[in-house]
Structures are given as structure tokens and as C-alpha cells.
Design a protein around this ligand. Structure first.
Ligand code: BEZ
Length: 250
């Protein structure tokens, strides 16, 4: 997960609560059973992790953000600061679950190999993340506004949005059988202005800009996106595409 991106649990709760609110389909795909031991990879502030606990599972959450792990612990959860590529568990979990986190992991093969190792034989890896084309309009606006400032915008993109074919190949290579994998376009109404979303998720693009430069940059990105992403009711709708999959350790 990106080293420049930082997470503020209070801002996250204000600008991105929809991330856990929209997590039901991937929880349904997981079909957690009471008593199962589950690793929540990229647990964030733990709101979805807690749902798994309430369903009777024994859940461990891991996240690269210390602040998010602290927030998860205040919910009474067992949570640790761990990078996804550095998971050290061996044959310990019935399932590894992840919502809205894997697109921050650039070394996907290293992470998938560690997930495979963490699972018991027959264990499941069930996840949803940004997929090919996700937030394409927002990404383009962020990159182009940096390039107008003489900064290499592409090098600042922190996200990896794979195609189903790409990710299925990676999963199979690591020893998984892929049960299902699909791209799901999901235009997502935001709880407020796009500036809140940008301040929450686009930290790597504004790194090194002064307060004034950052403000001007974000306003320019906002202006470029307004005609594309504000609907007839005046609501900002982000162009999300999900990649959702279920795979089994053979
Ligand atoms: C996503 O969940 O797809 C996402 C989150 C933050 C930035 C980009 C995409």
C-alpha cells in the first residue's frame, strides 16, 4: 500500500463511510460461517470486520495504517499494522477477506503468495477492490492537472486496477482455483463534494505541494470533473468499477 497516502479515521468516516456500507455483496460472496477464523486484509477502521465478528467469526484485521488499526481496536477488534506483502501467517485461516484495499497493493504477486500461505488447504480468498477502469475520469483529471504543472502525474498514481484475466492468472499462478471473478461497474454517489474524496484518497498526487498549491490543484481537478460527475440532482457520483472474486486454495 502506498507510503505517501495517509489515513485519518475521522475524515475517512466522513468522506468514505460508503466503502464499508457498500460491502454487503462481497460479505455475501464470502458466506462466513460461525466459528470460522478469518483474516480481514486491509481492514481499515474495522467497521466491516466487526460485521464478520457479529456473524460469529473469529476475525483478525490487518492494515498498513497505524491510525486505522487504532480505530479498529477502539471497536474491540483484534487488529495489527501489517503490510499486505509481508503477511507472516501460515495455514491459519479458513478465509482471507478483503474489501476496497487490494488496489493499493502494487506488488500483487507477493501479496497473493502470502495470502495463499496464510490459508488452510481448501481455504478461500474472497475480495472486492477497484477493477480495470475504476475512477478513470478522476484519475485522468488528477494526472493531467499535475502534468500542466510539469510534474509526472502517472508516476504518482498509487492504484492498480486489474482486469479479471490479469488477476485470475496471478491467483492461479499462486495455486488458487478461481471460482468466480468479474468486473462490476458501480457508479457511487458521494456523501459530499468531490474535494472530500480527493482529500481522503488522492494523497500521493498532492505530495510536495504547498497548502496554496494543493488548494489550487484540487479546485482545478474539481472544475474539470464537475460536468462529468455531478448528476441532475447536484450529487457527485464517482465512476467506480469493482473487481470481485472468490478463489480456493487447492
Ligand atoms: C476503490 O475502492 O475502488 C477506490 C478507492 C480509493 C481510490 C480509488 C478507488
Amino acid at each position: 500500500m502506498s507510503t505517501i497516502q495517509t489515513w485519518d479515521p475521522i475524515a475517512y468516516a466522513k468522506n468514505a463511510r460508503f466503502v464499508s456500507d457498500l460491502g454487503s455483496p462481497v460479505v455475501e460472496l464470502l458466506a462466513p460461517q460461525p466459528g470460522e477464523r478469518i483474516l480481514d486484509l486491509g481492514c481499515g477502521d474495522g467497521v466491516l470486520t466487526k460485521k464478520l465478528v457479529e456473524l460469529g467469526c473469529e476475525v483478525v484485521g490487518v492494515d498498513s495504517s497505524g491510525a486505522q488499526v487504532e480505530a479498529a481496536r477502539t471497536l474491540g477488534l483484534e487488529a495489527y499494522v501489517v503490510n499486505a506483502e509481508e503477511l507472516a501467517y501460515r495455514e491459519e485461516f479458513d478465509a482471507v477477506f478483503s474489501n476496497a484495499a487490494l488496489h493499493w497493493v502494487k506488488r500483487a504477486d507477493a501479496m497473493i503468495e502470502r495470502v495463499h500461505r496464510a490459508l488452510r488447504p481448501g481455504g478461500r480468498f474472497v475480495a472486492e477492490c477497484g477493477g480495470h477502469g475504476c475512477v478513470a475520469k478522476i484519475r485522468t483529471a488528477l494526472v493531467q492537472a499535475l502534468e500542466r504543472r510539469g510534474i509526472d502525474g502517472e508516476s504518482r498514481v498509487p492504484w492498480y486496477f486489474p482486469t479479471p484475466g490479469d488477476y485470475a492468472t496471478r491467483l492461479e499462478h499462486a495455486g488458487f482455483r478461481v471460482n468466480s471473478i468479474a468486473l462490476i461497474p458501480r457508479p457511487t454517489p458521494l456523501p459530499g463534494d468531490i474535494i472530500g474524496w480527493l482529500e481522503t484518497f488522492a494523497g500521493s498526487f498532492v505530495a510536495g505541494l504547498s497548502g496554496k498549491e494543493k488548494n489550487e490543484y484540487l479546485q482545478e481537478v474539481r472544475a474539470g470533473l464537475e460536468a462529468q460527475l455531478v448528476n441532475a440532482n447536484g450529487v457527485w457520483v464517482a465512476d467506480y468499477v469493482r473487481l470481485r472474486f472468490s478463489a480456493t486454495k487447492e
